[in-house]
Design a protein around this ligand. Structure first.
Ligand code: PMP
Ligand code: GLU
Length: 396
């Protein structure tokens, strides 16, 4: 009845959020669904961060903040970049936003003209392609697979570059594959990029601390790349603060200024109380959140051990984040107990209906042979989910 814009009509719904909504719906109907679809820590925000927010309310932090964030927060971010990543930024290079998702959207909006190409190694995080399209850019998918540990090679990158390539976006540790690029691997990609100085890189490091192999590397560490990298980060994952909605970038000053201008017209900046709380979060030593990282590590082992025993699941061990991304193409073309499985979306729906386990189809991440499991869930839920799946697929 209403004539909505082509912009919204052409946009796909976020599959991660759609599956989360479906899980909530089924639970409300009384179904015992295990939600392994949403990438959201199942911990509470640590008390020392909550206390900082309460204090901020009592101290009457209630007015608009600077559009690009409180100066004290920018300074905490600058110190964090120095401490954890060896990166030097000044205040003019930092922009605080309403989640890393908005940081990414800002960057797309300020960098892309219609038809500009953005290279997205697959699997990529679900919203990258839609954000790029919203900014009238063209996503260029570079496939990787379980055999290549979901890593894009320098040769693949070189082959994907055209005169229209404007940007490269990736996350490491990766959502959804859990892949982590080593410093050497990033250097090899950088060696290609230095030959193409028009390309700006978005390095999404939101899972930085959830890294089980150690040695987080940032593309901006390389002197010859520093001026061409937007480093995106946030507190949703490592600090269990998804709902507080704070993300940030470190970027060349001109790009940061443009993002500031963009959000000045769209949000007026991020929530004041959340910003105050994040100052405390980022100033704390990483040891304060280590207990959550340790739990993710033991859950990773649990889910990998159990999944390895399921017929037809080909897995590469994730090195970071809290996802496993098995290749389940073994099931394509098979019918299990009357349920025909043509593709990953069918398999994900089969698991939802027959095992009551919610996952996300790999199609949403540009990898149609896989499905994503989030193991940010309790050990009991992980065990039960794997059992149910094993049983569901053995019902011939
Ligand atoms: N990047 C990646 C790779 C993510 O998984 C997410 C999901 N939260 C985001 C960005 C967005 O995070 P935020 O909650 O800070 O918007
Ligand atoms: N990033 C999380 C995920 O991939 C949360 C959902 C979202 O932000 O889209 O599941």
């Amino acid at each position: 009845m209403y004539q909505l814009s082509d912009r919204i009509n052409n946009m796909s719904t976020s599959q991660t959020l759609a599956m989360a909504a479906k899980t909530r719906e089924l639970k409300a109907e009384g179904k015992d669904v295990i939600g392994l679809s949403l990438g959201e820590p199942d911990f509470n925000t640590p008390d020392f961060i909550k206390d900082a927010a309460i204090q901020a309310i009592n101290e009457n932090y209630n007015a608009y903040t600077p559009v690009d964030g409180y100066v004290e927060l920018k300074d905490a971010i600058i110190n964090k970049f120095k401490r954890d990543n060896g990166l030097t930024y000044d205040r003019s290079q930092i922009v605080v936003s309403t989640g890393a998702k908005q940081s990414l959207a800002n960057v797309a909006m300020v960098m892309l003209n219609p038809g500009d190409e953005v290279i997205l190694p697959c699997p990529y995080w679900v919203s990258y392609a839609e954000i790029v399209k919203l900014a009238e850019g063209v996503p260029v998918e570079v496939p990787t697979s379980v055999e290549s540990d979901f890593k894009m090679t320098p040769q693949q990158l070189e082959a994907a570059i055209t005169p229209k390539t404007k940007m490269l976006w990736y996350s490491s540790p990766s959502n959804p594959s859990g892949m982590v690029y080593s410093k050497e691997e990033l250097r090899a990609l950088a060696d290609v990029l230095v030959k193409h100085p028009q390309i700006i890189v978005v390095s999404d490091e939101i899972y930085e601390h959830i890294n089980f192999v150690g040695g987080h590397a940032s593309m901006a560490e390389f002197e010859d790349m520093y001026d061409r990298v937007v480093t995106v980060n946030g507190v949703s994952k490592a600090f269990a603060m998804t709902g507080w909605r704070i993300g940030y970038i470190g970027a060349p000053a001109e790009i940061a200024r443009a993002c500031n201008k963009m959000q000045g017209q769209i949000t007026s900046g991020a929530n004041c109380i959340a910003q105050r709380a994040v100052i405390t979060a980022l100033e704390a030593p990483v040891s304060k959140i280590q207990y959550m990282i340790d739990r993710f590590k033991s859950r990773r082992k649990l889910i990998i051990d159990l999944m390895s025993g399921i017929e037809g699941f080909a897995i590469t061990e994730p090195e970071g984040a809290f996802y496993v991304f098995p290749d389940i193409s073994y099931f394509f073309g098979k019918t299990i107990n009357g349920y025909e499985i043509k593709d990953a979306t069918d398999f994900s729906m089969f698991i939802l209906e027959r095992a009551l386990v919610a996952t996300v189809t790999g199609d949403a991440f540009g990898s149609p042979n896989c499905i994503r499991f989030s193991y940010a869930a309790s050990e009991a839920e992980i065990e039960e989910a794997m059992n149910r799946i094993k049983n569901a697929i053995s019902e011939k």
